[in-house]
Design a protein around this ligand. Structure first.
Ligand code: ADP
Length: 311
């Protein structure tokens, strides 16, 4: 089983408009989905045919609605109830633009977090792979992902951690390390204090090799959007490039990549297959207008078109 964690989920509402008229009425038809990075991972894993359970925190009427949306999507879910109301995020697509209004979400009480930690430990003990995605909700310390990574890894699961900033730094410093981290280029530049571009693969490789924070993490992936990714696994370095097919919506490509890693790592695949699978998922998501959804009927074309080279 693969467990996905979404600590600050949202009911995502998308409006498609020809034009957004400011200071006047805009009539819209909403499209609502169970949102949050971990839920994108869960949806894609469902498409890949994996046995997935989604967990996290849900509260209030929006939380109940969110559970209904997950059920309707066929996502097995086991969330911990909280008092605060699950947030709503608005995404307005208009004339080629994307305007987003993101609520920050509820503050988590200490006893609610304790309940989640207990639920997580129970679920992680049954999982082969655990994915932890996104930022932490208010009221939760930056080292919380490091803490639950330790719980899952000690129970024998492999943890794929997709976060940034202070919570990623805490995980890099902790005693028990995740199996995989996947900062994108902006996030790794923030962490290293560098300004590498997609052309600076050699420099990036040297910077990561000489940084002790990454030395005990089996898989370090730096994703680079349309330029593919660079991956390091147990001393080997790889460059992956995706085929040149136009993208329509790359939102959720990082989450889809995490789903691909979880799928292939859970299956015990070799390094090249792991990277090929992950980059195929990122690309197939970018080719689909829906966020966290792959154009599965083009799997073979993209999978065979991904080029993985050892550096
Ligand atoms: P994040 O969403 O975390 O910032 P990226 O944008 O780096 O992650 O995307 C993750 C992966 O998805 C990339 O490594 C690549 O394989 C694929 N991908 C993302 N955007 C595109 C795109 N526009 N065209 C092709 N592949 C893409």
């Amino acid at each position: 089983m693969i467990l996905t964690v979404t600590m600050n989920p949202s009911v995502d509402t998308r409006y498609q408009l020809d034009e957004l008229i400011i200071d006047d009425v805009n009539r819209v038809t909403p499209e609502k989905t169970a949102g949050g990075k971990g839920l994108n991972v869960a949806r894609v894993l469902g498409q890949l045919g994996d046995d997935v359970v989604a967990t996290g925190l849900l509260g209030g009427h929006m939380g109940a609605y969110m559970a209904e949306l997950m059920d309707a999507n066929g996502i097995k879910n086991d969330f911990v109830p909280i008092k605060g109301e699950t947030r709503i995020c608005l995404n307005i697509l208009h004339a080629g633009n994307q305007t987003e209004l993101l609520e920050s979400g509820p503050t988590i009480a200490p006893e609610e977090l304790d309940a989640f930690t207990a639920k997580f430990a129970e679920l992680a003990s049954k999982a082969d792979v655990v994915t932890i995605s996104g930022s932490l909700p208010r009221g939760v310390e930056a080292d919380y992902y490091a803490k639950i990574t330790g719980i899952a890894e000690n129970a024998g699961a492999k943890v794929l951690l997709d976060t940034s900033g202070a919570s990623l730094e805490a995980a890099l410093k902790s005693e028990v390390k995740p199996e995989l981290v996947k900062p994108n280029l902006t996030e790794i530049n923030g962490l290293l204090g560098t300004s590498f571009t997609t052309d600076d693969v050699d420099e990036l490789r040297s910077a990561l090799a000489s940084d002790a924070r990454f030395s005990d993490i089996p898989w370090v992936i730096v994703s680079m959007g349309a330029a593919g990714s660079v991956g390091f696994h147990n001393g080997r370095a790889f460059r992956a490039k995706t085929p040149d097919i136009p993208a329509v919506n790359a939102t959720g490509s990082g989450d889809s990549t995490i789903a691909g890693f979880a799928h292939a790592i859970a299956a015990g695949a070799d390094d090249e297959t792991v990277l090929r699978t992950a980059n195929t998922c990122g690309k197939l998501n970018a080719m689909d207008p829906m966020t966290g959804h792959l154009v599965m009927d083009r799997w073979d074309e993209v999978y065979n078109g991904v080029v993985v080279t050892e550096l």
